[in-house]
Design a binder for this molecule. Sequence first.
Ligand code: ATP
Ligand code: MG
Length: 382
Amino acid sequence: MTSRVTPDASAAAAGSTPPTASTPVPPPTPQETASRRMLTGDRPTGKLHLGHYVGSIQNRVHLQHEFETFLIIADLHMLTTRNTRADIDQVSQNARDMVLDSLAAGIDPERATFYLQSAIPEVSELNTLFQNLVTVPRLERVPSLKEMARDAHKEEMPYGLLGYPVLQSADILCVKAHVVPVGKDNHAHIEVTREIARRFNHLYGEVFPVPELVVSEVPTLLGTDGQGKMSKSIGNAILLSDSEAEVQRKVRGMYTDPNRVRADIPGTVEGNPVFQYHDAFNDDKDEVAELKARYRAGTVGDVEVKARLVAALHVFLEPMRERRAKYEGQSGLLDELIVDGTDRTRREVRTVVGEVRSAMGLAGTWNQLRRKAEQARRRRDA
Ligand code: ATP
Ligand code: MG
């Protein structure tokens, strides 16, 4: 699978500058490449799964060589749907698991900077400032938010969840990221980010690059139940850290074509998660084509199709298991990566938020008041 940087034309049209789609960007110079950044990440709600991999991690692994890479552990975003004390108490372990999953998937700890969102309060400051650059009806049109509210059994939309894309904009823009590889459920959020960046630049001067969405070849991976996207919260996920036996058990229990009660009845490949997984993870394309043809003709059973998928997933996951074992053995490595990465990111974010405060005139207001107060104090004390 290859990554594609896709400027979103509809988002661009909503802003004040012409769509990027009509203005091809020349390839960056080596110096620009060194300073161009990627930001993406995950909520620390559990271990990473195949959906995270195809939606985003795979592109991260490619793009880390081209872009300075920031990977957020988005615990403030977790709070939009899970905010009990028990949820929060799990964040540190979930964060370690996520970082380990990322390293196992091929993220290079020398290249990528992992950071914990809530440990950088300037991100929340930026979120507050950005809240005035977007309207409530605009956010109400973001489809994923309603889905997340429904999946989290929320009867009414929490204020923080409605603002999810605004906080995400603060994450992306606080390091002035140029590219954001995310799965389909996040695409509309990046449109909001592009609008906020343009609106900010229009009102206060050019501070932010307008980041580009990087779409993956499989924007949404179905869950093993075939009901919707693979999600930890729904319990239909195959984890990157699952053992061979767990993968086998989960694949055997997978939803296929519900109308196909016997192996000699022609089956449907489209929308069938077993075949979506074959397309995504089975490198033997001839085998996949042959299985599809036989499935459509009613000459292969689910058992064989699934057994071949288990074998393909084994080939895909085995190198990850090897890398995982290597990193697992290094005590404290994950904590150190998160802490050092957070310190480093906070320094970057402070610089950007300083620029934002200056551009908006907030720094000027405060400095003026402080100067006058100091002058008054000096006059009084003289
Ligand atoms: P879960 O519901 O399993 O907790 P999530 O949606 O909360 O997962 P996030 O941390 O919000 O996971 O998403 C991290 C990244 O992974 C995002 O870019 C998201 O689009 C992508 N992603 C998550 N699930 C899938 C999926 N089933 N298919 C494609 N991309 C996905
Ligand atoms: Mg999500």
